[in-house]
Design a protein around this ligand. Structure first.
Ligand code: AHG
Ligand code: MN
Ligand code: MN
Length: 297
């Protein structure tokens, strides 16, 4: 089954399906940019990180497509300081993008991704509880999409004709998982977080961490386990961005029967107070996220 028939079966509107297709159509141009390598653009995003050219190009490609589609009312991007208001003639979606997640892995040819969430109320600052669907595109040996909406979580693979075919339906985060993916420098972790990670090693969980959230989370979704990017000493808000990374991934995790917490509450309860709002995150199998919350108390 193709992605668009799948979305029709989930009662998604024509506007919605067209909007997803607008994003899918940008995968090829974005990947073509990878051939140019990892040249530095010499500019910085609002987080003070040097934008390699590819971050900026992927951002431009997606935002240009959104503008000409007439389907997007508000867009937010990890590479933009403000919410972008667009003229929409139909659909009127709010869309957030991390146009290139894991960009530091491009020079080493490891997997990277694109992360998207969709607000059908058109208002991307209205709170993560208003996310109605979210997906990521994993650019690895295969180009995959993991898509979540009210009907659950499914995985698609891009075929030779450039069409996503359904390969897994009703994905669930296993509670027997044996992987942990720990972000942040050990020396900057809190004592409680250090103890938590130590307990994973003692329990026989295996460490899997690449430095790109999309493939790291995808391993957790596939095999079960927990990804964390904690509060750091001197940086209690952690690193990952609520609108572009934590929100969409939390929606996917919960739709797969898993959980996502900032260590105290569900991350999907967060209402961002600025575009670059960040949060610590513990995300993955429900049992492991509950255990993390207990141990962090
Ligand atoms: P981005 O490439 O979009 O800036 O995201 C990088 C993020 C995320 O993908 C990953 O989980 C995390 O940063 C890795 O951070 P560390 O390098 O601190 O491990
Ligand atoms: Mn990212
Ligand atoms: Mn990014």
């Amino acid at each position: 089954m193709t992605l668009s028939s799948y979305l029709q079966g989930n009662n998604q509107s024509k506007d919605f399906i067209d909007m997803i297709q607008v994003i899918v159509d940008q995968i090829k141009p974005i990947k073509t940019e990878f051939l140019g390598g990892d040249k530095k653009a010499g500019t910085y995003n609002l987080y003070g990180e040097e934008q390699i050219k590819l971050d900026k190009r992927a951002n431009e490609i997606l935002l240009t497509a959104f503008k000409s589609s007439g389907l997007v009312k508000q867009a937010g991007s990890e590479e933009e300081a403000d919410v972008i208001h667009m003229e929409s003639t139909r659909g009127h979606f709010g869309v957030t993008i991390d146009p290139l997640d894991g960009s530091s892995l491009i020079p080493t040819n490891l997997a990277v991704g694109i992360i998207v969430s969709i607000y059908e109320n058109g208002e991307i600052m209205s709170g993560l509880s208003n996310i109605k669907s979210a997906f990521y595109i994993l650019l690895g040996p295969l180009t995959l999409m993991v898509f979540a909406d009210q009907s659950g979580v499914s995985q698609f693979v891009l075929n030779d004709e450039g069409v996503f075919d359904l390969v897994k339906e009703d994905m669930k985060l296993s509670e027997d998982g044996k992987l942990y993916s720990p972000g942040g420098l050990y020396t900057k972790w809190t004592e409680k977080h250090k103890q938590l990670i130590k307990s994973y090693e003692e329990a026989g969980l295996k460490l899997r961490y690449s430095g790109s959230f999309v493939p790291d989370f995808h391993q957790i979704l596939t095999y079960g386990g927990i990804f964390s990017y904690p509060a750091l000493i001197e940086k209690p808000e952690g690193k990952l961005r609520v609108l572009f990374e934590v929100g969409p991934m939390s929606f996917i995790a919960e739709a797969a029967g898993g959980a996502a917490s900032d260590g105290v509450k569900r991350t999907l309860e967060i209402v961002p107070n600025k575009v670059d709002h960040r949060t610590p995150v513990y995300i993955g199998s429900k049992n492991l996220v509950s255990e993390a919350i207990e141990k962090l108390k």
